[in-house]
Every structure is written in structure tokens, then in C-alpha cells.
Design a protein around this ligand. Structure first.
Ligand SMILES: [Zn+2]
Length: 150
């Protein structure tokens, strides 16, 4: 049985940058261990990145959350220091949940029986992508678990 691990938005800006957060810092080692376990078992790993551009503050997200973050080309947009993306696909998505992302994951997971999601933050980005993926892949076993608590 093959599995796919989807790591959502583990980017510097959410961990140590403009939207930094102590819980996010706490989960980095857990995510790292999870990646290593998937790798060891010959399973797949896929990263997503929240991605914004110069017009961020005029977007709907930017009006609700006027803190520029994950701007393409900045340090804050990169996957967190300590998580190695070498050899894995990194997908830039423009909003919380993303239809093109669901299409890409459906291709990658074509030979998988299970998708696990983890990352930042569970209540917004992880959940919205899980719902979109579930709509695209209704028969896929899919789950996520909170890695740290307040
Ligand atoms: Zn964002």
C-alpha cells in the first residue's frame, strides 16, 4: 500500500517570519520525522507553498489579513529551514485551498491508497485543502492529525 504525505505551507513566514507562531515552531521536528518515515518506507512526499505577489494587499485575503507574507521570491516564501525538499515536488498555490493543487495531487496519488495531510495551519489551510482533495478524490482514504496544541 502506497501513501502520499501532503505537507501544507510549512514556510518561514508562518514559523519565524511575518506571521510567526510558537506552535508552528514546535511542529517542525514532528513534520521532519514524518517526512523521514515516509521516505524510509518508500512513500511519496509533496509540499505546498502559500504564494503571494506584489498585489497581495488588494486581494481578498490581503484585505482580511493585511500582513504581507509568503511573497514569491522572499525568504519567507521558502519551506522552513530544517525541512529538506530535495527530490520532492513543491507546489505554489495562490490561496488557502486550490483546485489546481487538487488536480496535481490526484495525478501524484493515482497509485496511492491513502493521503495524509499535515502542516500549517490545521484549521484553515490544511482543512480547506483536505476538503478540496476529498471532493476530487472521493474514494481516497484521507486524514490529518493536529501535531501540537496551544
Ligand atoms: Zn496567504
Amino acid at each position: 500500500m502506497k501513501k502520499l504525505l501532503v505537507i501544507v505551507d510549512m514556510q518561514n513566514d508562518f514559523i519565524t517570519g511575518s506571521l510567526k507562531n510558537k506552535q508552528a515552531q514546535k511542529i517542525v521536528p514532528y513534520v521532519k520525522a514524518k517526512i523521514e518515515m515516509y521516505q524510509k518506507n518508500g512513500n511519496k512526499v509533496f509540499f505546498t507553498r502559500d504564494t503571494h505577489f506584489e498585489d497581495y494587499l488588494t486581494t481578498q485575503e490581503g484585505r482580511r489579513l493585511p500582513v504581507p507574507h509568503c511573497m514569491k521570491g522572499t525568504e519567507g516564501h521558502l519551506i522552513a529551514n530544517g525541512l529538506d525538499t530535495d527530490g520532492y515536488e513543491v507546489f505554489d498555490k495562490p490561496t488557502f485551498g486550490s483546485l489546481p493543487l487538487a488536480e496535481r495531487v490526484a495525478q501524484i496519488a493515482a497509485d496511492c491508497d491513502e493521503i495524509e495531510l499535515c502542516g500549517l495551519c490545521t484549521d484553515i489551510c490544511v482543512v480547506s485543502n483536505a476538503l478540496i482533495l476529498k471532493a476530487r478524490l472521493p474514494e481516497m482514504k484521507m486524514w490529518t492529525r493536529r501535531l501540537a496544541r496551544a
